[in-house]
Design a protein. Structure first.
Length: 325
């Protein structure tokens, strides 16, 4: 009877392991399929732009797009043949955000998920820099020492993670941070991931699969993957624990000393490296100063059904900035 029980446990463990590798293989295939589809779309777009004549937009209205993420590049792409479009972004490339977490284990993936803005926006003027102020009267966006007047403004500045100050703290919302973190991660024994949303859960899983000998803790407050329902959270919890991730339902308050972090329950936790993946907050400070009545209590921008700010119909908002209340 004992042998039967052992056999059942072994069979269950084997089936669980097989399911894990099947899921991992499917995820990898899906990831590369999506990447190929993205590049095919960009290739078709580029070819169509080369074949079609250059549009004459000299006398057309001026559109300024602030932010070069998903929303910003789609707006610029759709309008550049019909308007004089300027894209203001802090970087000169587009980064395919859903794939950046894999950089922690496959840094060579970087060349597949980044593309220079000018490669796919041949008729858009790209200005690399940060928008310092937005004005509705006069209608212009100001960067460091330069003003960009507009007839229409598209605000696509996205969101950013909570900042936790200190050394060896990295963020899961951009590729550069993860690439800089990798050498430290390779040396680390104790890894702390903060945040129970999709970014924190996926990053903890990526590290657990790529570096199974490391002690990984995932700290969050509330429900795991709360936006996706209890069943999804329960499945993720089961998978994380089965793959050696210690899950802590507590939040990190501050760094007490190098590698020592204070939790909200008063306890201290040691980590050689930290990845901060906490809830994103909208990058709406500039918008709030120009249109103070447009923001809600959480900092998101209220719009009408056409994504316009109600009192300023030539100002549009898209992406993570948009309020859904």
């Amino acid at each position: 009877m004992g042998d039967t029980a052992v056999g059942k446990r072994s069979g269950s463990s084997l089936h669980g392991s097989m399911r894990f590798w099947i899921y991992k293989a499917l995820f990898t295939v899906l990831h590369y399929v999506l990447t190929v589809v993205l590049y095919l779309w960009l290739a078709i777009l580029w070819v169509s732009r080369v074949i079609l004549p250059t549009p004459n937009t000299k006398d057309k209205a001026r559109v300024v797009v602030v932010g070069g993420g998903f929303s910003g590049v789609i707006v610029a792409d759709q309008l550049e043949r019909y308007f004089r479009v300027t894209l203001i972004d802090t970087k000169n490339y587009y980064e395919y955000t859903p794939s950046i977490l894999r950089l922690i284990s496959e840094p060579g993936l970087l060349s597949h998920i980044r593309m220079q803005h000018k490669q796919y926006l041949p008729h858009t003027k790209v200005h690399v820099g940060a928008a310092r102020s937005i004005s509705v009267s006069p209608a212009e966006v100001t960067t460091d020492g330069k003003a960009f007047p507009y007839d229409y403004l598209a605000l696509c500045t996205g969101s950013s993670a909570r900042v936790l100050n200190g050394p060896r703290i990295y963020y899961g919302d951009n590729g550069d941070s993860l690439l800089h973190a990798r050498p430290e991660l390779l040396k680390a024994k104790q890894v702390l991931v903060i945040g129970g949303g999709p970014v924190g859960v996926e990053l903890a899983a990526e590290i657990a699969v790529a570096y199974p000998t490391k002690h990984i803790r995932l700290a969050y407050k509330g429900s795991l993957l709360s936006r996706y329902g209890s069943q999804v959270g329960a499945y993720a919890m089961k998978w994380l624990k089965a793959n050696g991730v210690e899950v802590l339902n507590t939040s990190v308050e501050a760094q007490q000393d190098l590698g020592v972090f204070q939790m909200d329950n008063g306890e201290s936790l040691h980590a050689d490296i930290v990845f901060c993946c906490t809830g994103a907050k909208p990058n709406s400070k500039l918008v709030a100063s120009a249109c103070p009545d447009a923001t809600n209590e959480s900092g998101y921008i209220r719009t009408n059904e056409y994504l316009q700010i109600e009192k300023h119909k030539n100002v549009f908002v898209a992406g993570d900035l948009t309020a859904f209340d």
